[in-house]
Write a protein that binds this ligand. Structure first.
Ligand SMILES: Cc1cc2nc3c(=O)[nH]c(=O)nc-3n(C[C@H](O)[C@H](O)[C@H](O)COP(=O)(O)O)c2cc1C
Length: 378
């Protein structure tokens, strides 16, 4: 069955991508990913300067027991995946390492989509030129699109990663700088760790973004082991904030996505966060995403997710077959059809005729004067 779709003007043989992360950190992984059937990949984020990661594991998986409330990264039988936690920086390979590999991969897989994820600082004009240098180098090698990492949750610098993504002006400025030199579509990957993501999304679109990718991981800490009193992941007892991904973030990421697709119904979105099956991906499509991306589930499935992509493609094929009578032949036929079902509380029917007014009127509430004195003074 034809699962193809067009997103930001780029043709995909299916709408499923590996997101920027360990599954796309090397030429061999990306090659395996394309052979396994992924429609596209977003490379591990490429920067101008080499980074050095912490000693020890960069990612761990938090699991939940079926018969108790225990949550732990410790390996044990019959525990279900709750989330991934990572504090891995961007690619530890330089641009010079990536450039020939991007070219080779594109020549070997001309029909697959290769999106280059890039990141630089944004505190000065010369740093903005770094974004442009990265964009031009990846574009020249045949990348199909660029994804701006405005969302890595563990950068110390205030002008990098999610610190940029929390600042609508910087989001706009960086996007515009890249758009000034890009001939290929530019996607802005925003952080979910912000108060009102619609503001940053508007900044990205004002800067000329062709699409928004969301979510990156949520800013978070690993749990403390109650026996050792140490964080379950630490180096010499120390930890810094990192990012939560996987099943735990699916509903959180959907809420962020729904805010953006409602605010910008005509724009393009690539949904990320907690996807491991077609049923998960379907949520993003129905809320208004034209493609989706996967990380945690792929990391746990032979590093590049061969079984995950098989299920996603089969799931989409079955879904299209089941809904053939509606005339649906591709993802674009059902993108966004549940976008407007998310409404303000006051719009949801009440059991009686008496209106609820979203708390704007005293009707239905005790007035402040009726509250017990202790509560009033609290
Ligand atoms: C170990 C690890 C490394 C990651 N590195 C990057 C990165 O370099 N650039 C980026 O944009 N996102 C990075 N991400 C975020 C993922 O691309 C993705 O947005 C996030 O994990 C949510 O998707 P998931 O729930 O499918 O894991 C990383 C995630 C993990 C777990």
């Amino acid at each position: 069955m034809n699962l193809s779709t067009t997103f930001t003007g780029v043709r995909f043989d299916n709408p499923f991508l590996l997101s920027s992360a360990p599954p796309t950190e090397s030429e061999s992984n990306i090659t395996r990913a394309f052979e396994a059937g992924w429609g596209g990949v977003v490379t591990k984020t490429i920067g101008l300067h080499p980074v050095v990661n912490v000693v020890g594991p960069k990612t761990q998986f938090l699991r939940a027991d079926a018969n108790s409330a225990r949550l732990s990264m410790k390996k044990r039988p019959a525990a279900a995946l709750h989330s991934s936690w990572n504090w891995e920086l961007i690619s530890d390979k330089t641009l010079d390492w990536w450039v020939p590999r991007i070219g080779r991969i594109k020549r070997a897989f001309p029909d697959k989509v290769l999106v280059a994820s890039i990141m630089a600082g944004s505190g000065s004009d010369s740093e903005l030129r770094h974004w442009q240098a990265l964009a031009l180098a990846c574009q020249e090698q045949g990348s199909d699109a660029l994804e701006l990492n405005l969302s890595c949750p563990h950068m110390d610098r205030p002008d990098m990663g999610s610190n940029v993504g929390r600042d609508k002006e910087l989001v706009s400025i960086v996007t515009r700088a890249v758009k000034d030199v890009a001939k290929i579509p530019v996607w802005a990957k925003l952080t979910p760790s912000t108060t009102d993501i619609v503001l940053e999304a508007r900044g990205a679109f004002l800067g000329g973004a062709d699409a928004i990718s969301s979510s990156n991981t949520f800013t978070s800490l690993p749990l403390i082991d109650p026996d050792t009193l140490e964080f379950e992941i630490n180096v010499d007892g120390l930890v810094s904030t990192g990012g939560l991904g996987g099943p735990a973030i699916l509903p959180l990421s959907l809420a962020k996505m729904s805010q953006m697709t409602q605010a910008f119904p005509e724009n393009s979105f690539s949904g990320i966060g907690g996807i491991s099956t077609f049923d998960h991906a379907l949520n993003y499509f129905l809320l208004g995403c034209g493609t989706v991306q996967v990380c945690t589930a792929a990391m746990l499935d032979h590093a590049v997710g061969p079984n995950v992509i098989r299920e996603l493609k089969q799931g989409l094929a079955c879904f299209l077959e089941k809904n053939a009578a509606r005339g649906w032949t591709s993802v674009s036929d059902f993108v966004g059809i549940r976008r407007d079902r998310v409404v303000a509380q006051a719009k949801v029917r009440r059991p009686t005729d008496r209106d609820y007014r979203g708390g704007y009127e005293t009707e239905g509430y005790a007035s402040a004067d009726d509250a017990p004195a202790a509560e009033r003074s609290a």
